[in-house]
Every structure is written in C-alpha cells, then in structure tokens.
Design a protein around this ligand. Structure first.
Ligand code: AHR
Length: 494
C-alpha cells in the first residue's frame, strides 16, 4: 500500500500544549549530581553549582516544565533536609537508586534556581508514601507564601525573600508501587486528604496532579476519577517502552536485533491505545475534559550499559530512541484535548536522556535532536491530518511504517513531522496539502542513520544529528516526499 496523507491547513484541531515537551529529573544515578549539579567548587564551568553546558543545551530545546525530585525518590524525600547551609544538610541513603549517599546539596532552592536558569516551570512532586500532610503543606507554604509565617520566614533566613511562583504540584508518585504499594481506594482517600492542605497563597494557583495509573491499570483511573476528580486538575499516567516482557532482560540500548527494533516500535505505539482507554474512563466523570492527563514518565527503558551501576539506569541512546520520541509526540498531539503535559524520563544520564555527560564532557543524544526538531509544535494549533500508511513487517506481524503530525504556528507557518520506522527500506509519501496558499517555500530537515544502533559518543558526538533535507517535489497541491529508512523528517511550509 502506498503512503498518503491529507493535511487540512484550514481545519484547526485545538492547541498542542507546550508542556507535552516537558522533562523529568530525579535524584537517580547521575541525573541531578554530575548531570546538573557539580557544586560551587567544581572545575567544570558552572553558575552557582549548576553546569553551564547542560543549561545552555537544554535552553535550545525550550523545556517548558521540569518535574522533580522523583520518581520513587519523591516518596522518601523530606524537603527540610535539603535547605539551609549545605554543610549541615542531612545525609541520607538513596535506597531506591543504588543505595548511594545523598548529601542533599541539591534541594528546593537549587532546583528552583535551575528552573529560573532554564526559563522553565517547576513541577514538584510531594511525598505521600513516607511523608506527612503537614510536611507537604509546609513545603508549599515555604515556596509560595508572601508574608509573615513560620515557613516564609525560614525561606527568607535561607536567602530568598520573594516567594517563587509554583503551578504544578504532584501529590505522590506511583503510590501503587514504590510510593507505598497502596490500593487505588486507599490512595484516593489519601489524595483527598493531602491535597486539602496544598494551599493557594495570594495569586499563586496550584495545579494539583494526582498520582495516576501504571500502564493499563484502568481500575486505578476509574477509582481516582470517581472519588477525587473534583479535587484535582490533572491525573498522571506512567508508561515506559520496554522491548521485552522480562524486566530482568530488557535488551541492550546499543545492540537491538531487528526483532527488538520492531518490538520497541510496537510498544511505543501502544501509548495510543493506553491514552484512548484511560481517556474513555476520564470522559465518563469529566466529559468537559477539565482534568488533564499528565504523562509524567515515559520513554525507553533498556538494560543499563555494561559495567555501570545497575541502580543508576544509565543507557545509551540511538536512532531507535529518536523514533520512539517522535512517535510519542505524534500520539500526544492526536490526544491534545486530554493530554496536557508529558515528561520524558529522564533529562540527563538516566534512561532516555537528552544529554550524557562524562566529567566535563557532554554529548547530545538523538532524542535531544528530536525535541529540538519538534519544538516548533509547542503551543501551535494542531491541524487535521489523515494518514494512510504502508506497513513495516517482520515475522508475520506488521506496524504502520509511517506516523506523522502537523501544526500551524503563530506566524502561520505549517510544520509537518514524519517518522518512518522501517530500518531497512526507504519509502515515499504523497501529502495532499489543502488550505495552503502556496507551496513555494518549503524547508526540510532529517534525522537518520545507516545503522540501527547509530548513536553519539564522546569521541564522535555528531554522528547522529539533523541535516538539511531536500528530497521532495511539489506537484500542484501535492508534496511528494522520499523517506529514508529509520528517519524523522521535519518540513516547514511558509
Ligand atoms: O524513572 C525511573 C523510575 O521509574 C521512577 O523513579 C519511578 O517513578 C518509575 O518506576
């Protein structure tokens, strides 16, 4: 079957919330420490302890929102241990992630300073699993209260007079698992209780996010929506792309067989089914779609790189990861009426990272480049798109070979992003572009590779990076595009 698309540039389909391009950074492995925080005494170039190269690179991709401090870490984090003079901060064991000592040098002030440097909105996840209602309530007071109060006074003593502005606050993380192994019914009650004391001070309005389901736990979504949807602004969902059913053998990041490649694409595409099914439940209790679906953990999860700490979740990143990212964005855009935020796990040195560091060296991953290529869709208007795709087949199984999305930005430019999953063969697509005055100015870029495991290294940091793309022709209203194997293409019209 031939690949075809019809894009109606004059049929808007709602806004693509820029927060879909959000990130997640946990106290896990070398994400916070080394990845962001090198400390004030480091020889690595930094500003107040935060490395400059990482901030500069992330600013390029316009991170809209950053989730912190976990993850599983959030439900054993006690924020009061991470404020005040660094030398007197409590040291703790990071039991979830490698059993290493956490010295709490990166805490609330440092995180909010990082967000200011990145020009990004903070999304803080509070502790339900091992914390108290008072602790959570006081954290919000500490950060956002502008006046005379025990917590606001303490914040001032610690050097910050003005409160921060904080919108996104999560009430626990994975409370069905590492966040307390709770039943949905029990967590729903706890959510109701904890969120009561997450206060709005002055003009600061908190967007409250309830801990949501794991993968296809539809019961969890049903119970949370039934019991507490009137008390939440968002409900989360976690789903990782793991090309195996055996968590002990998830497969190598760098050496995927073609079978694993196929399974990775198949599992990534499953995100569409999960969003649809969870949305159907949410619609039952919230037909106006007031409550956002917040996919605050997603991405690939492979075996750690040989020789690295298994608790640090360090994996390399290839053209396969780039396609997984593109597929997710195309799916998130399709569900822009419900999906209001997504946070890839995780920003630096952990799982599907944007950036890998080694001492003072830093490289950008293929996933980083997809975030950069897709940033044009942030807050743009989604356009109607109808796709007829050929198939990518292996072992009598098949997937659609082509996935795409289109949007129009404020300058009326139309942006089309296309993912071609087949790692072996090139293909072509005919795009029927309706409602566009002229196709005379089209700019293209492509991210592709010759090997399934193509990636960047500290020795060869630019092996996979976007280049200019001109392999298309215009015939009337139709754009004919040749798609290389395993490629992500972006086209800008106007
Ligand atoms: O991102 C790694 C971990 O995956 C997070 O800490 C947890 O929430 C999830 O299980």
């Amino acid at each position: 079957m031939k690949n075809k698309m019809v894009i109606q540039a004059d049929v808007p389909k709602g806004k693509i919330n820029k927060n879909i391009y959000g990130h997640f950074a946990e106290h896990l492995g070398r994400c916070i420490y080394e990845g962001f925080w090198v400390g004030q005494d480091s020889h690595i170039e930094h500003t107040n302890g935060i490395r400059n190269d990482v901030v500069k690179a992330l600013k390029e991709i316009q991170i809209p929102v950053l989730r912190w401090p976990g993850g599983c870490f959030a439900d054993e984090y006690h924020w009061k241990d991470g404020i005040g003079p660094k030398e007197s901060r409590k040291r703790m064991v990071n039991t979830h992630w490698g059993g290493v000592v956490e010295n709490n040098h990166f805490g609330t002030h440092e995180f909010l300073m990082l967000c200011e440097m990145l020009d990004t909105e903070p999304y803080i996840c509070g502790n339900v699993g091992s914390g108290t209602v008072q602790e959570m309530s006081e954290w919000v007071e500490y950060m956002t209260f502008n006046g005379e109060s025990p917590m606001a006074n303490w914040r001032k003593e610690n050097g910050r007079n003005e409160p921060w502005s904080l919108t996104y606050f999560g009430v626990g993380n994975e409370n069905w698992g590492c966040g307390g192994h709770m039943r949905a019914e029990y967590y729903a009650d706890l959510y109701r209780q904890f969120q009561t004391y997450v206060r709005n001070y002055g003009d600061n309005k908190i967007y409250k996010i309830a801990g949501g389901a794991n993968v296809d736990d539809y019961h969890w979504t049903e119970v949370l929506m039934r019991e507490a949807s009137h008390l939440m602004d968002g409900l989360s969902l976690h789903y990782y792309t793991v090309p195996s059913d055996d968590w002990a053998n998830k497969g190598s990041a760098l050496d995927p067989s073609e079978n694993e490649w196929f399974l990775t694409m198949k599992k990534a595409l499953r995100m569409n089914e999960l969003i649809s099914k969870h949305s159907t439940i949410m619609d039952k209790y919230d037909p106006d779609k007031r409550v956002g679906m917040i996919i605050d953990e997603w991405g690939t999860w492979f075996d750690v790189e040989p020789g690295t700490n298994p608790g640090f979740l360090y994996q390399q990143n290839t053209i396969r990861d780039a396609l997984v990212a593109g597929l997710h964005f195309n799916i998130f855009h399709e569900h822009n009426d419900r999906v209001q935020m997504a946070n890839i796990a995780q920003t630096v040195n952990v799982l599907q990272a944007m950036i890998l560091t080694e001492g003072e060296k830093m490289i950008l991953t293929p996933t980083y480049h997809v975030f950069e290529m897709y940033k044009v869709h942030q807050d743009a208007t989604k356009l109607d798109i109808d796709i007829t795709s050929g198939t990518y087949q292996i072992n009598n199984e098949e997937l659609p070979a082509v996935s795409a999305t289109a949007s129009k930005d404020k300058q009326e430019k139309v942006h089309i992003s296309i993912c071609h999953l087949n790692p072996n063969d090139q293909t072509a697509v005919a795009i029927d572009l309706r409602g566009i005055e002229s196709l005379s100015t089209i700019q293209g870029r492509v991210l592709t590779a010759n090997e399934r495991n193509a990636h960047n290294t500290f020795e060869n940091p630019d092996h996979v990076k976007p280049i200019s793309f001109e392999d298309f022709t215009v015939e009337g209203e139709t754009l004919h595009v040749n798609l290389p194997s395993m490629s992500i293409i972006s086209l800008t019209i106007g």
